[in-house]
Design a protein around this ligand. Structure first.
Ligand code: F6P
Length: 380
C-alpha cells in the first residue's frame, strides 16, 4: 500500500514551450478534484525549489490558462541542483545545492514532486530521485527528443508554426526564383526540420543526424531548376553541420548545463549554395518564435493526458519515473532510462523513408545508403 499523499509540488524546467500551462492546469485540477490534494508551484524550475520560492496553486489559479503559451510558474535552463551557479563578486561559482532542495521539499511537507521538463530537467530529476525525492517527470520540448516517449508536448505547436512559415516563404521563393532557407530549432535532433519540411513541402531538409554535403544540396537545387522549378525551399535544423565540420554555435552561456546555444548554420549554407549555383539565397531563422504562442489542440490534449496521468501515478506510489506515450498508451518510464539520452531521427524512421520517397534531398549523396551518413549528434 502506498503512503498517503496530501501535498504535491510542481515545477517547469528548461526552455518554455506551448502546453506547459495546459499540463499545470491538468495536474492542479486532477489533484484537487480526484484526490483533494494541495499543490505547491515552484518558481523557475529547480531554482525555486533550491531557493524556496513557491506559492500554493488552487483551482482558480489553474483556470483560464489552457490556451496560454509560456508557463505561469516561470522556468530556467540554468538550474542544475548539483551544479548550481551562484554569483560571488563578479564571478559565478558552482555549488551542489541538492541537499538544500531536499530540505526545502521536506520542510514544506511535500509527498511528491511533478517535474515538467526536457532532457536537462529529467537528468536532474533522475539524480534528485536518487537523493530521495519521490518524483514523476512530464516530458515537454519542441525538440521532441526525449527518450522513452514517442512524442513530447510543445513539438506539434512548433511544427504548426514552422510549417506556416515554410508555406509563407514559398511565395517569395517562387516570385524571385530564389533558394529560401528556413532554420528551425532542434539542438540535437532533426524532428522539427523533418516534420516542417514534410508538412510544408520543403525540397531539401538538413538535420543534425546527417552531416550535409554542400554539393548534394547544390545538385538538388540544379536538378529542380532543370525541371523548370526555379526556386527551392531548404529547411535546416539548427544543429546541422557539414561533413567533417562542427555545429554553428551562436553564443555560450557558461551557467547553463549545456552551455552551447546554436544558430546561424543556414548563413553558411546560403553563402556556399549562392557561390556554387549563382542562384540568390535568403535566410530566415525562426528561433524562439517556435516556442511561443497558444498550444495546438494536439498539444493541449497531450499535455492534459500527461498531467492527469502524472497525478494518478503519484497517488499510486509510482515515482522515480517519467510519464511517456508508447503505442498511444500512457506508460511509466524509469527516470534513469531517460537521463542522458536523446531520441534522434534514425535513417529507417518512416518519416525519413517518406521524405526519400517524395524526392526530398536530405543533404547527402544518394549513392550511399542513408545509414552510412548517420552520425550521433551528441557523441560526435
Ligand atoms: O531545447 C529547446 C530549445 O528551444 C532548443 O531547440 C534550442 O537550441 C534551445 O532550447 C535554446 O535555448 P535558449 O532559450 O536558452 O536560447
Amino acid at each position: 500500500m502506498s503512503k498517503e499523499i496530501r501535498r504535491i509540488g510542481v515545477l517547469t524546467g528548461g526552455g518554455d514551450c506551448p502546453g506547459l500551462n495546459a499540463a499545470i492546469r491538468a495536474i492542479v485540477k486532477t489533484a484537487h478534484n480526484d484526490y483533494d490534494l494541495e499543490v505547491i508551484g515552484f518558481s523557475d524550475g529547480y531554482e525555486g525549489l533550491i531557493e524556496n520560492r513557491y506559492r500554493q496553486i488552487d483551482i482558480d489559479d489553474a483556470s483560464g490558462i489552457l490556451a496560454r503559451g509560456g508557463t505561469i510558474l516561470g522556468t530556467s535552463n540554468r538550474a542544475d541542483p548539483f551544479h548550481f551557479p551562484v554569483l560571488q563578486g563578479e564571478e559565478y561559482i558552482y555549488l551542489d545545492r541538492s541537499s538544500q532542495a531536499v530540505r526545502n521539499f521536506e520542510s514544506l511537507g511535500l509527498d511528491a514532486l511533478i517535474a515538467i521538463g526536457g532532457d536537462g530537467t529529467m537528468a536532474a530529476s533522475a539524480r534528485m530521485a536518487k537523493e530521495g525525492l519521490p518524483i514523476v517527470g512530464v516530458p515537454k520540448t519542441i525538440d521532441n527528443d526525449l527518450f522513452g516517449t514517442e512524442v513530447t508536448f510543445g513539438f506539434d505547436s512548433a511544427c504548426v508554426t514552422a510549417t506556416d512559415a515554410v508555406d509563407k516563404i514559398h511565395t517569395t521563393a517562387q516570385s524571385h526564383h530564389r533558394v529560401m532557407i528556413v532554420e528551425v530549432m532542434g539542438r540535437y535532433a532533426g524532428w522539427l526540420a523533418l516534420c516542417a519540411g514534410l508538412a510544408g513541402g520543403g525540397d531539401i531538409v538538413l538535420m543534425p543526424e546527417f552531416p550535409y554535403d554542400i554539393d548534394a544540396i547544390c545538385d538538388a537545387v540544379r536538378t529542380r531548376n532543370a525541371r523548370g522549378k526555379t526556386f527551392s525551399i531548404v529547411v535546416v535544423g539548427e544543429g546541422s553541420r557539414p561533413v567533417g565540420g562542427e555545429m554553428t554555435v551562436a553564443r555560450t552561456i557558461a551557467t547553463s548545463p549545456d552551455a552551447k546555444r546554436l544558430g546561424g548554420v543556414s548563413h553558411s549554407v546560403a553563402a556556399q549554395v549562392e557561390g556554387l549555383t549563382n542562384i540568390e539565397c535568403r535566410v530566415t531563422i525562426l528561433g524562439h518564435l517556435l516556442r511561443g504562442g497558444s498550444p495546438s489542440a494536439f498539444d493541449r490534449l497531450l499535455a492534459t493526458r500527461y498531467g492527469v496521468e502524472a497525478v494518478h501515478m503519484v497517488v499510486r506510489g509510482q515515482t522515480g519515473i517519467m510519464v511517456g506515450l508508447q503505442n498511444q498508451q500512457m506508460v511509466a518510464v524509469p527516470l534513469e532510462d531517460v537521463a542522458g539520452r536523446i531520441r534522434t531521427v534514425t535513417p529507417n524512421h518512416p518519416l525519413v523513408k517518406a521524405a526519400q520517397s517524395l524526392g526530398i534531398c536530405l543533404g547527402v549523396s544518394s549513392s550511399v545508403p542513408l545509414e552510412e551518413h548517420y552520425k550521433d549528434p551528441v557523441a560526435s
